[in-house]
Ligand binder design. Structure first.
Ligand code: ADP
Ligand code: TRP
Length: 337
């Protein structure tokens, strides 16, 4: 299969938007990956998280939490290469090379930067140059396909531009051009109806349960229309979230009932909780065990260390090729480091 690669930031706990937009397809890809070909790579983008998180303990905790989430949700870390971005420092070296072929205008057009600053997020230079690090992440492993949610399309398109600029500037096919791939549910709304995001405080954590889950789901926006009033399912945030968990027959049934009248927001929220319990109930136990037992923590560390030992030589090979391309050659010397 073409080589798949994707990353997720440990800037908070993974939410159901991450799950339906990205993690579910990563888990699926990992199950048929070929370990010899290293055709599936997934990583925890801790360097990216530093653009918004400067709490050491929190960052460490989120990295463990994301790692445990992936394993609990079924990622096959024997078939796929699963690692921590910062364990492969070569990626920041390649980022520099890419920065020198990237126009300011390209980065100024980035939606994610514009959205985050519009929401009042303090913008550091790291946040601005973040798409270049993401491009380095992708091209350093010669990835073909990048499975992501809708909000990341532009970043992969920017990567394509950087590949073209680099290859044109240095006269050769040094970097591979990646394509993005969306899940069937690439745009999950948050509790306020806007895109669900860790940084917007409108997210529902995948492993939330019991009272805390109830409280979280109760926070989904509603209006004052009574249950008996017929409604358009497409205008209801709690239905949009419930629909992620429904099969086709269930979807038709809920849609018909909402349109006819008689379904209240309480019904929809109760159904979301039931579906989350059914979908994630078992994984919650595995998740907790991984984080709360010494054996679990060891397994997380060993998994990530193994992933890094597989990923790093791949990155070193690409970096050597690129240093050669720009005229700072002696690839052999670089590979020996
Ligand atoms: P966040 O925006 O919460 O910080 P990340 O930026 O770490 O999440 O995203 C990790 C992956 O999850 C990316 O592939 C991204 O496209 C996907 N993703 C994030 N939010 C959503 C969403 N609301 N709907 C669908 N996919 C999403
Ligand atoms: N920027 C991505 C996000 O916020 C995370 C990420 C970093 C990524 N590097 C990547 C995703 C490389 C895909 C490929 O979701």
């Amino acid at each position: 299969m073409p080589r798949h690669l994707s990353g997720i930031q440990p800037s908070g706990l993974p939410h159901i938007g991450n799950y339906f937009g990205a993690i579910a397809q990563h888990v699926e890809v990992s199950m048929t990956a070929d370990p010899a070909a290293k055709d599936a790579l997934f990583f925890i983008a801790d360097l990216h998280a530093l653009t918004s998180l400067h709490e050491r303990a929190e960052l460490e905790q989120h990295v463990r939490s994301i790692a445990a989430s992936y394993l609990a949700l079924g990622l096959d870390a024997e078939r796929a290469v699963f690692f921590r971005q910062s364990d492969v420092p070569e990626v920041t070296e390649l980022m520099w090379l890419l920065m020198t072929v990237t126009g300011m205008g390209l980065l100024e057009r980035a939606h994610s930067y514009k959205d985050k600053t519009a929401r009042g997020l303090h913008a550091n230079v790291g946040l601005f140059t973040y798409p270049v690090l993401m491009a380095a992440d992708i091209v350093i492993y010669d990835a073909d396909v990048v499975p992501v949610g809708h909000d990341q399309i532009q970043h992969v398109e920017m990567t394509q531009d950087m590949v073209t600029h680099f290859n044109t500037a240095f006269g050769g096919e040094f970097l591979r051009r990646p394509e993005w791939r969306l899940s069937p549910t690439p745009k999950v709304p948050g509790k306020d109806g806007a895109k669900m995001s860790k940084s917007y405080g409108n997210d529902i954590w995948i492993f939330e349960e019991g009272k805390a889950l109830k409280k979280s789901v109760n926070g989904i926006v509603t209006d004052s229309r009574p249950p008996e009033e017929p409604k358009d399912p497409d205008g209801i945030t709690s239905y949009a979230i419930l629909e992620l968990f429904l099969d086709e027959a269930e979807r038709a049934d809920w849609r018909a009932r909402i349109t006819k009248g008689g379904v209240g927001y309480g019904h929809l929220k109760g159904a979301i909780i039931e579906k989350m319990d059914a979908r994630f109930g078992e994984a919650r136990h595995v998740y907790r065990e991984l984080l709360e037992s010494e054996a679990g923590m060891r397994r997380l560390e060993e998994t990530l260390a193994r992933g890094a030992s597989l990923a790093r030589p791949m990155a070193q090979t690409t970096l050597a090729r690129c240093f050669d391309a720009v005229g700072m050659g002696n690839a052999a010397r670089r590979l020996r480091r």
